[in-house]
Design a protein around this ligand. Structure first.
Ligand SMILES: NC(=O)c1ccc[n+]([C@@H]2O[C@H](COP(=O)([O-])OP(=O)(O)OC[C@H]3O[C@@H](n4cnc5c(N)ncnc54)[C@H](OP(=O)(O)O)[C@@H]3O)[C@@H](O)[C@H]2O)c1
Length: 337
């Protein structure tokens, strides 16, 4: 019997700021014989997340940093190829934190869930995975949108942002997206149903934001922080809510970046600012997935995928997110479905 070979993308060096291709290397190792209770998963799609920048950083975060020479931490979806656990069978499609590699030998504890039929399996990493769940709970529970709200979303054309905008629309709110470049502005209004979208890279960004939000801003779903958020805070209404979900525009937190102080706005406008981390709601993912699935089926919730081919694409894939290369959820396909 030929030994299976496992290509792994490992963290070679700790990046300063945004991880670049040369912070990773690809090594090939044999797949070891399966241990007791283990399951061998052949990864098919690897996820790429802006949060990976934090996962490889040793600046304080919500999880331990990926160790040097370890396989890059990543959510994946794949097929069970061998199983020593009676709950998992060859052919089952599963998702979990299985890493940027061809094969993962894990126990059931590492598998988040089996992926059911009915949707393309890639969606388990995007709209019907971490991004959709983040949008669902981040908006509905932390943000508590009302039908009368003007809801502004940053990274509006991306995986989380596009879903937040559409859910806010489903709840009756008027939605305004902030994104980079004319093509993404078009994507926001034509595909993701935003009432208006604004290009933060354009010289007239603030004037365009005023025009898009004539009645001010009631809810801001913040995926970027930085200059985009500085502009939004100036336009918040009394009793506005801000959900802080990501900080994509801040290149480094060490040393802490300086910016305008917003406490006076928060005080005088009685703003509620809420940080949100999806992993806190792990026990409730099923609830979000059920509703997201219904919306995808009915066509009320659309999604875009940005698929790179081959594991060789992985090392540069995070930097690409920070260049804004992706249109929708960025994935790497490393095997045929
Ligand atoms: N808190 C949580 O639990 C949680 C969970 C998942 C994701 N998130 C956060 O949600 C946000 C979106 O994640 P995603 O997976 O959906 O990624 P995504 O939006 O599909 O891709 C990242 C996008 O960030 C934007 N971006 C990159 N650099 C930027 C900069 N300097 N200024 C402004 N925008 C920049 C780019 O869009 P443009 O081309 O429009 O600039 C890029 O396409 C991230 O901040 C992520 O960390 C948080």
């Amino acid at each position: 019997m030929t030994t299976l070979r496992n290509r792994q993308v490992r963290l070679k060096s700790r990046p300063q700021g945004i991880p670049q291709a040369d912070n990773f290397n690809i090594v090939e190792v044999p797949v070891e014989p399966l241990g007791a209770e283990q399951i061998l998963v052949r990864n098919i799609y690897l996820s790429v997340e802006p949060a990976m920048r934090g996962w490889v950083s040793d600046v304080g975060n919500y999880s331990e940093p990926v160790a040097i020479d370890a396989v890059m931490r990543a959510i994946t979806v794949g097929r069970v190829e061998q199983s020593n656990d009676p709950r998992y069978h060859v052919g089952d499609i599963v998702t979990g934190m299985l890493g940027w590699q061809d094969y993962a030998a894990v126990t059931a504890a590492t598998i988040e869930r089996k992926v059911g039929a009915g949707f393309p399996i890639s969606t388990a990493l995007g709209v019907l995975g971490i991004n959709g769940i983040t949008a669902y709970f981040g908006l509905l529970e932390a943000g508590q949108p009302k039908a009368s709200d003007t809801v502004v979303v940053s990274t509006a054309a991306g995986a989380v942002g596009s879903t937040v905008g559409q859910i806010a629309g489903i709840k009756g709110a008027r939605t305004v997206g902030i994104t980079g470049g004319a093509d993404k502005v078009k994507l926001c209004t034509e595909e993701f149903g935003y009432a208006a979208a604004v290009d933060y890279k354009a010289a007239d960004f603030e004037a365009a934001l005023d025009a898009a939000c004539p009645n001010g801003i009631d809810l801001y779903f913040d995926n970027t922080a930085g200059a985009i958020s500085d502009a939004v805070y100036q336009r918040l209404n009394v009793n506005a809510r801000v959900v802080i979900c990501g900080t994509a525009s801040v290149a480094s937190w060490s040393p802490p970046p300086l910016g305008p102080r917003v406490e006076r706005i928060i005080l005088t406008k009685r703003v509620r600012v809420q940080g949100f981390v999806v992993f806190d709601l792990l026990a409730r993912y099923g609830e979000a997935l059920q509703q997201l699935g219904k919306w995808v089926k009915s066509g009320e919730l659309r999604y875009r995928e940005d698929i790179l081919d081959g594991i060789e694409a992985a090392p540069d894939a995070i930097a690409g997110l920070y260049r804004g290369d992706n249109f929708g959820k960025r994935l790497i396909r490393i095997a045929a479905e």
